[in-house]
Each structure stands twice: as structure tokens, then as C-alpha cells.
Design a binder for this molecule. Sequence first.
Ligand SMILES: Cc1ncc(COP(=O)(O)O)c(C=O)c1O
Length: 390
Amino acid sequence: MTLLDVARARHDTPGCAEVVHLNNAGAALPPAPVLDAVIGHLRLEARLGGYEAAAAAAVKVDAVYEAIARLIGCLPGEIAVVENATRAWDMAFYALRFKPGDRILTSRAEYASNVIAFLQVARRTGLRVEVVDDDEHGQLSVRDLERRLDGDVKLVAVTHVPTQSGLVNPAAEIGRLTRAAGVPFLLDACQSVGQLPVDVRELGCDLLSATGRKFLRGPRGTGFLYVSERLADTLEPPFLDLHAAIWTSHDAYEIRPGARRFENWETNYAAKIGLGVAVDYALSWGVEAIEERVTALAARLRRRLGELPRVTVQDRGQRLCGIVTFTVDGESAADVHHRLGAAGINTSVSAVTSARYDLGGRGLAAVVRASVHYYNTDEEIDALCAILQY
Ligand SMILES: Cc1ncc(COP(=O)(O)O)c(C=O)c1O
């Protein structure tokens, strides 16, 4: 067991002195080095000019790709840095081509924005969207996926850790099946990157999307897409600009090689540099150590919530993570969230419109979501439970 220096983590995190932050699945509190990097670059822009500051910070910008590559076990050229996880995911998904009769396999845990994109493309192309059954633990059934995986399946797209539950879907088992079948595997790792080890080679995914502001503790408005080297140059991004492609002659252009064809020219350099610092900061703690502490805190929270008379913990799955979801008898999720907020405890609400296949299937209109990070403490968890006692 690795012991993480919680006092140092909290000392590095100015927000810990202000709030009990159990909304890390919404946006985590950034550590001081991230804050300093973002503000430092904004000051540089103000002093030198934006373009000149970007040129002066070129090494830091390159370091962002190297840091992400170290984090997820890929090459820097396999990363596109974009505005958020949704844009990353969309750039990959809308680059794929489908025809009538093609099928996509997805999970019950799937995030609303992904499903909306499936449904739009299904309407346009005649593609069919199939939701793989859950197994007896409430995670994607690998056996059902295997049964459905045939020649008509053109994509398997799965959410690793859903927005609305503590579940970790069995991504490596899914990757083994998709590799064997030669079907692209798009993993939404928005809620998993930063709280548990994610290695694209071990998971066997071809495409992966993630965000900066959640468990990575980076700035808002940052995200990234991993595209395997094998696939990148075969995919045409849905949007091109003069960064993604070069205008080579009067009526011709060439798309840039590698994952950066999925980026666009203008970007928030301060936030991008901050994302790289956030990744390095996470790596300095060690993602295994982060997962160990996060899962221990979340287990304590589930156990304590389970002891309260009106509370039902709603998480399912064999492997659980730092997201804890629950309902309170006789009180809406929004009211519980507000009651906790009034006591200085940040949580959030996941509504059925964010995860209809899952929450809708379980007859839940909404759940309260309390999501821990390694800088949270047992005392903070106990403070939340004390409020829910009445
Ligand atoms: C599972 C999952 N996927 C994707 C997203 C979208 O991320 P972003 O808001 O960075 O686009 C979220 C956001 O909550 C999420 O929970």
C-alpha cells in the first residue's frame, strides 16, 4: 500500500481551505502549479503579445503532448489537444464512415452526448445502434458483446467510467475482443483518466477521449483525443482548417499526418500549458497511488451512506471508482445537492437526461453524485454523512 501525503496535497490545493469539494467528477480543484502555469502564461501574453508568448513557450507546449503520452502509454504524435472531451470524442466519431445496415455497439453506461451523436448519424445513414446488456454486476457484459460482434459491427464505443455511477467498465476485455474482430474501439475515458491508470496499449482501444478539468485537475476548456498511429492517417476529420491541413495549390489541400489533424489553429495556450502541468502533477503522485486513495475514500463513503436509514447507494459494478451516487427517500436529488451546498459541501446531480440507457433503465430520475479525489479526507466524508443523517 502506497501512502500518499495528503497534507502536502491539500497544501498544494488552495480550494481545500475554502470548501469540501466532493464534485471532482464535475471539475476538480486545481493544484497551485496548474494555477501558476495558467496565470503565468496569461501574464506573458499581456507582456509580449499572444503570438510572441506562444513562440516563447513552444517547449512547454510540446511538453503537453509528451506528458499526455506518458500518462496513457502512447506516442506524442498520437495526441490531439482540443477544448473538451466531447469535442475530442466527436472529432473521432464523426470521422468514421457508416452505411445502412452497419451497427455500433455501445454500453448502458453511455454518456448522453455520445448517444445523441449516434442517433444523429443513425438518422442520416441508416446505421443501427445496439446497447450491449449489463452483466450480473451491472457492468457491460463481455459475453453479450462477444455474441453481438460480427461483420456488420463497424464500431464499439464504450464509456469507461460513467458520469452517473461508480462503475469501471471492463475496457481491457472489450479491447481484446475488438482487436480480435478488427473493429475500431472508441473509449470515452473522460471520467477515468486521472483517477485510475489508463494505458491505451493495455486497454486495446484505437481512439480515446478525455477532459482536463475532472480527475486530472487541469483547467476548464481543455481535453484531448488519442488516435492510434495505425488509424490516424486513414481518418478524415469532420472539420479541417489551416492547422489540420495545408492548402497546397489553387484547388488542393493535404491533411496533416497524425493525430493533430483533429486539432484547430486557435487555442487557449494558457489552458493548454496548464493541462500539461496538471498531467505531470498527477504523474508525480503516481496514478496507482491516486487510485488506491480514491477508491478507499469512496468505499468509506459508500459504507457510511449505506448505514443511513433514508439513503440508498446506487453504484453498480465489480470494480468501483471515486464516483459515489445515491438517492435519499422523500427528497429529490436536487434538494439534497442544495442542502449539502448550503453546508459548504460541493456535490452534483446526474439526471436521467445525461444517461438515459442506464438511469432510465433503473427507473431513476436523478441521483446525487459525490466524487472524491486524493486530497479529500475521512473527515470531509463524515461531514457529508452527518448532514444526511436527518
Ligand atoms: C462520461 C463522460 N463523457 C464525456 C463527458 C463530456 O466531457 P466534456 O464536458 O469535457 O466535454 C462527460 C462530462 O461530464 C462525462 O462524464
